[in-house]
Design a protein around this ligand. Sequence first.
Ligand SMILES: NC(=O)c1ccc[n+]([C@@H]2O[C@H](COP(=O)([O-])OP(=O)(O)OC[C@H]3O[C@@H](n4cnc5c(N)ncnc54)[C@H](O)[C@@H]3O)[C@@H](O)[C@H]2O)c1
Length: 277
Amino acid sequence: MPPKLYVDAPPNGDFRAMPARGGGYATLKWVTSYPGNPARGLPVVTGALLVSDDETGELLAILDCAAVTSLRTGAAAAVSALALGRDGAATAGIVGCGVNGSSAARCLAAVGYREGVCADVRPEAAEALAAELGWSTGPLAAALACDVVVTVTPGSEPVIDAPDLAAGRHLAVLGADGHGKAELTAAALDRCRLFCDQWEQASTGGELAGAVAAGTVTRDDVTDIGAVLAGEVPGRRSLDEVTLFDSTGLAIQDLGIAIAVVEAWRAGEVSATEIAL
Ligand SMILES: NC(=O)c1ccc[n+]([C@@H]2O[C@H](COP(=O)([O-])OP(=O)(O)OC[C@H]3O[C@@H](n4cnc5c(N)ncnc54)[C@H](O)[C@@H]3O)[C@@H](O)[C@H]2O)c1
């Protein structure tokens, strides 16, 4: 899986090309992050995922990438909470309750988070998500007071500052997945023990990119969550530590979902429109 390639498209946002290969398949996701799209009645994340047979190169399927992206984005946040949250963590705060924040909340609920606080500058978005999951709505401070906090805002301005961070918190920061975006202030980032999904992406186009460019965060300061999941390195070291997972979104995660979809289609479990090219 090479790092994703960005094609900046100012002032609208950017396109990304995300290739990966494995498990008998190869995929390419062509996808946007267009933060102003909701005002046009369109999603921020839009595009298609091509699925090819690794053996023959044959194109097998074209999937809408919105559902694929939100499933794997939400799942990554929940996996990070399981891996890095402190023992006894029970409450989840969601900051930014749009498409991908909602998916993160659903995934946290699916792994056992029964209580959560939904915060959004659009109260109706927070209310809809809270009603769906039986959680509550609240101001930003109430969401930040939860044991696990997931941020999925457009990343145009920080939503977490150092005084917001109580000991033992786990943060999954998802919104800042492109150039110039950040959801934490530099002082807040400084308080956290840092984890990422992939260094090449996180250091150039993720939450950590600004601090890497400024020289305040280096490769040695950041642990790959994959190494924690594989049991190669420890995750959280104490109850008090504030852990931060910078999730930039990996093509390999999209590949995993695509394989599940294509194999479900082959097994007759899901239907699809068939076209001859
Ligand atoms: N890391 C990843 O893997 C990944 C995957 C998908 C999307 N993203 C990124 O996540 C961001 C959001 O994407 P989306 O598809 O969920 O968009 P969306 O527009 O559906 O949701 C964003 C939500 O954030 C809310 N919001 C904006 N400013 C806020 C603030 N200051 N405080 C609280 N809430 C605020 C908006 O009202 C909206 O409900 C984008 O930057 C996108 O590129 C990252």
